[in-house]
Design a binder for this molecule. Structure first.
Ligand code: ADP
Ligand code: ASP
Ligand code: MG
Length: 597
């Protein structure tokens, strides 16, 4: 007998006919001898309607009351689902988040799950009932209702599967699986049979709305196999597990985050404390920052740019106004008309030239790139919001994602759910982690690495125009150089800085190339040949908003200056002077000792 968690999203329970059809899917599983826990969302667009009602009364409704309001959507569905199951002759019981003891912290609208008590659910299952749990909600220590963030029912479902040690978690939705990108935006998108936790986590946090990214943190941490499938057909769907569809493919998918906002604080005094104060204030306000870039300083001043989600833009403006006077900056810009397009793939770690291909695809459509940020398994580019869909389509076509990758024989022979060793590792790891975690969604660090063999180059004050970055990296590629991190941003006077790192032995060749480029574009070159990269690896690195700040602060307190940063869901890397690399590694290991496996 297996234990299965089945989650039904809004469209899958939009009316009573669909609720009955979902109920039949659950009954079918019990007839096959399995126990079923259902997790349901609010019906159709009910959550949006509730938000609109609140906004008709106030443009800044109280956060506690918003969570109280939004949680009612799911409460309606659980009761109707229980009524549906009973009407079809099956015993059922519905529970709100509070009733099954989904304990969260007190961060309204973005609460994190701390613990789940399984006793009540297990008792009901043993009594032969189908358990129906309300998605997206929990309760804090003071019995206030909290919600997990929009789309959070996925996270409830995978968290319940983890807590109950379920055999797998089915996510029933209005598409028949995970695609190479949103099939509603790019009709050529291809459904994938399977995708790795790391890739799905990255795609979800970069805008692939099919899964709530925090649900994949749970899946990876606790080794839950997730199956995304259609509510309206019996198509095979997609397995999200330890194994990738094709380890060799440089790109497995592309994502669009349409509602991004670029924040630039200009003329920041070039001392470690100043830039850090900005990130400390954003961390305190629980506003996640992404694509962090610091233009190299001129006349003792530097520009600090980063992106946030537009839903946080109003709060961010307050934070910037507050910090801007404190650090004596020269000015700031908040641009709400931008969007982020990203390519993701495990294979890009072993393939040179992937970023370059992306820049070319955008240049060919005359799309200007306002910012670039890379990490081990993704490259993101910030573009004008009006050009974002065009950019996404261009990237999907450039990497030929409509065609299935050629899978090697060994990979083709692996079973559906991924390699046994991968699964065993996940289960073993999860047993250790569960026993150590005080909260299920706690940050988890796997280790801190030091790579002392880096060199950094920055081209300062380049003209900002479409195609320029593609040209720059064409010249670099002509020297057969493999580029690691790339960061680009536009600062004062519309001049761009492009920073990249290479292996130390390439430094001499790259120095020649950058000198030539300086001649062609009239830009300035800055380099740091003896550089090192410090990397913190783990799970929850990005959704725990204070992590980058903690890294900066730990290093700054020890007198170590951070040059470049690269962030993904599974690693955050910073470039420092090689002479202080080992010291920096030790300090970071100390700082994260509590959270380290
Ligand atoms: P639910 O209400 O079931 O949670 P969502 O609307 O949250 O459903 O998620 C499903 C939608 O996600 C799809 O209708 C699709 O438009 C969108 N989507 C975005 N990116 C992807 C992707 N890579 N693969 C599949 N669907 C995607
Ligand atoms: N009902 C919530 C929302 O619309 C949660 C969910 O559906 O996952 O965001
Ligand atoms: Mg969803």
């Amino acid at each position: 007998m297996a234990l299965i968690v089945q989650k039904f999203g809004g469209t899958s329970v939009a009316d009573t006919t669909k609720i009955l059809s979902a109920a039949r899917k659950a009954i079918r599983e019990t007839r096959a001898g399995n126990q079923v826990v259902m997790v349901v969302s609010a019906m159709g667009k009910q959550t949006d309607r509730l938000v609109e009602l609140a906004n008709e009364i106030s443009d800044r409704p109280d956060a506690r009351e918003m969570d109280m309001l939004l949680s009612t959507g799911e409460q309606v569905t659980i009761a109707l689902m229980a009524i549906a199951l009973e009407s079809l002759g099956h015993k059922a019981v519905s529970f709100t988040g509070a009733q099954i003891g989904i304990r969260t912290d007190a961060t309204y609208s973005k609460a994190r799950i701390r613990s789940i008590s399984t006793d009540r659910m297990k008792k009901a299952l043993d009594d032969g009932k189908i358990v129906i749990a309300a998605g997206f909600q929990g309760i804090d220590d003071d019995f206030n209702i909290t919600t997990l963030g929009r789309g959070g029912s996925d996270t409830t479902a995978v968290a319940l599967a983890a807590a109950l040690n379920a055999d797998y978690c089915d996510i029933y939705t209005d598409v028949d699986g995970v695609y190479t990108t949103d099939p509603r935006v790019v009709p050529d998108a291809r459904r994938v049979d399977r995708i790795s936790y790391d890739e799905m986590l990255e795609l979800a946090s970069l805008g692939a709305g099919v899964m709530h990214s925090r649900s994949i943190e749970f899946a990876k941490k606790f080794g839950v196999l997730v199956h995304v499938r259609s509510s309206f057909s019996d198509a095979p769907g997609t397995v999200i597990g330890p194994k990738a569809e094709c380890e060799d493919a440089p790109v497995c998918g592309v994502a669009l985050a349409k509602n991004e906002t670029r924040v630039a604080v200009l003329g920041v005094p070039d001392e470690p404390g100043a830039a850090m104060k900005i990130f400390s204030k954003f961390a305190d306000a629980k506003i996640p920052t992404d694509m962090i870039a610091q233009n190299s300083s001129s006349k003792g001043k530097t520009d600090v740019s980063f992106t946030i989600q537009s839903e946080d833009a109003a709060k961010a403006r307050e934070v910037v106004v507050d910090v801007f006077n404190e650090i004596n900056a020269a000015g700031f810009e908040i641009d709400e008309n931008v969007a982020k397009v990203s390519i993701v793939g495990l294979g890009m770690t072993r393939r040179p030239g992937v970023a370059q291909k992306m820049f070319h695809a955008l240049a060919e459509r005359n799309i200007n790139i306002e910012m670039i940020a890379t990490s081990d398994i993704k490259v993101s580019a910030l573009v004008n919001r009006d050009e974002a869909v065009d950019a996404l389509r261009a990237l999907h076509a450039a990497f030929e994602l409509d065609k299935a990758p050629v899978v090697s024989d060994a990979a083709a022979n692996a079973d559906e759910t991924g390699s046994a060793s991968g699964e065993e590792f996940a289960k073993l790891a999860s047993a250790q982690w569960i026993s150590r975690l005080t909260g299920m969604e706690d940050l988890l660090v796997e280790g801190v690495d030091l790579d002392e063999n880096q060199a950094r180059f920055t081209l300062c004050d380049l003209p900002d125009r479409p195609g320029l970055v593609a040209e720059v990296f064409d010249r670099v590629a002509e020297g057969r150089v493999v580029v690691d991190m790339i960061v680009q941003s536009v600062g004062r006077d519309n001049l761009a800085n492009v920073t990249f790192t290479v292996a130390r032995e390439e430094a001499e060749a790259v120095a020649k190339i950058t000198e030539e480029l300086a001649g062609v574009y009239g830009c300035r070159v800055e380099s740091h040949v003896a550089a090192a990269k410090l990397t913190v690896r783990g799970t929850g690195l990005r959704s725990h908003t204070g992590l980058a700040y903690r890294m900066f602060k730990t290093l700054a307190d020890d007198g170590v200056n951070v040059d470049v940063i690269s962030m993904s869901e599974r690693s955050v890397g910073v470039v420092v002077d090689a002479a202080v690399g080992q010291r920096g590694r030790d300090e970071l290991a100390k700082e994260f000792a509590e959270e380290t496996l």
